[in-house]
Design a protein around this ligand. Structure first.
Ligand code: SF4
Length: 341
């Protein structure tokens, strides 16, 4: 019995949790390939045009998993991971979107209803009862698997907080066996050494860590010698503190995390500028982006919006990013020269 996990949306935040959970239950998993042109084209073909690009892409991943022979497709319904806050409606309705686009997939979808009070998905066994019923798993084994998943996911978060990007943090926490921990740590060590500029990149994990959707923005920046900081590298308490000083926050969990991270970047002297990567047609981002953009003048910190969709062109993005980085470098040199004069 194989469960297919689409390599899209919150896969980028919860993969270490899900993989460890299923491995502990000895349930085989198939992961779809990293997004490619075929996946993107298939997703676009089967979704309604109004959808944001990450949801379109998700559909393409689901189709690939069926082609790869998955017996079930894991499509969680994310409702809330924080009291009083909710996921964007597209997450809450994800199983319905899949059902609408592919009615024949109804019997093979497994859709736990995720409603928790923290980011940690192991807080309530109720959410995972569906696996006990479907696969004849005992409550005891289910609890054990959740405990293992929680422990790996916490380690993954620790690595993120230490500045490793999501794929590095996932590999380190799961110690994937191809490389030793020491090798991986030394590979990324140079990224932590005095860069010329540091940019806070704001964007949902499923956009910025998907190299096709984001046109590989993170690696482009790294190749330009830029140190990149993202929201998941910031401690949750720091994010909460930022939000507590804002009179009215947003309604959606991950949008609020980005909002808090943006405010933190504005106050963090290490950050030279902010890039907001947003998907065309994203409702929450239309508010988030505007609010942060308006604050950039007040904080005298450059802010750039990169709006992406399935038609985005690489050359255009490269030119804009290069110009932004050059501007930050020039600004920094000028400040340095002024300080020396
Ligand atoms: S938050 Fe925006 S990008 Fe993410 S699923 Fe919702 S509409 Fe799409």
């Amino acid at each position: 019995m194989k469960i297919g996990i689409p390599q899209a949306l919150l896969y980028h935040y919860y993969y270490p949790f899900w993989k460890t959970y299923f491995d502990s239950l000895e349930i085989e998993t198939i992961i779809s390939s990293p997004t490619n042109k075929r996946i993107m084209d298939q997703g676009v073909k089967y979704s309604v045009p109004e959808m944001c690009v990450p949801i379109k892409v998700y559909l393409g991943h689901v189709l690939e998993l069926v082609d790869k022979g998955a017996d079930y497709i894991f499509v969680p319904r994310f409702v809330s991971i924080q009291k009083g806050q909710f996921f964007c409606p597209k997450f809450m309705g994800l199983p319905d979107i899949i059902r609408h686009s592919f009615p024949e997939m109804e019997p093979i979808m497994i859709s736990p209803y995720i409603e928790s009070t923290t980011d940690d998905l192991a807080t309530s066994i109720k959410q995972y009862q569906v696996f006990e019923e479907k696969f004849g798993i005992s409550r005891r084994d289910n609890r054990k698997a959740l405990k293992n998943a929680e422990s790996v996911w916490k380690s993954f978060r620790e690595y993120s907080l230490r500045g490793y990007d999501i794929s590095e943090a996932a590999a380190l926490s799961m110690n994937d066996g191809h490389k030793t921990l020491k090798q991986r740590k030394s590979e990324v060590k140079e990224r932590f050494e005095t860069p010329e500029v540091t940019i806070g990149v704001l964007g949902y994990v499923y956009n910025i860590y998907d190299s096709v959707i984001s046109l590989d923005i993170l690696n482009r920046l790294k190749e330009m010698g830029v140190k990149v900081r993202t929201f998941e590298m910031i401690d949750d308490d720091v994010l909460k503190e930022q939000l507590s000083s804002i009179p009215k926050t947003l309604f959606w969990t991950f949008s609020d995390k980005l909002f808090a991270a943006g405010n933190h970047f504005y106050h963090d002297s290490e950050i030279d500028g902010i890039i907001h990567v947003t998907a065309f047609g994203c409702g929450p981002d239309s508010m988030l982006g505007k609010l942060l953009e308006l604050d950039s003048t007040k904080h005298e910190k450059p802010f750039m919006t990169l709006r992406i969709d399935e038609h985005s062109g690489e050359n255009h993005l490269q030119t804009r990013v290069e110009a932004f980085v050059d501007m930050l470098k020039r600004k920094k040199r000028k400040v340095k020269r002024g300080a020396l004069a």
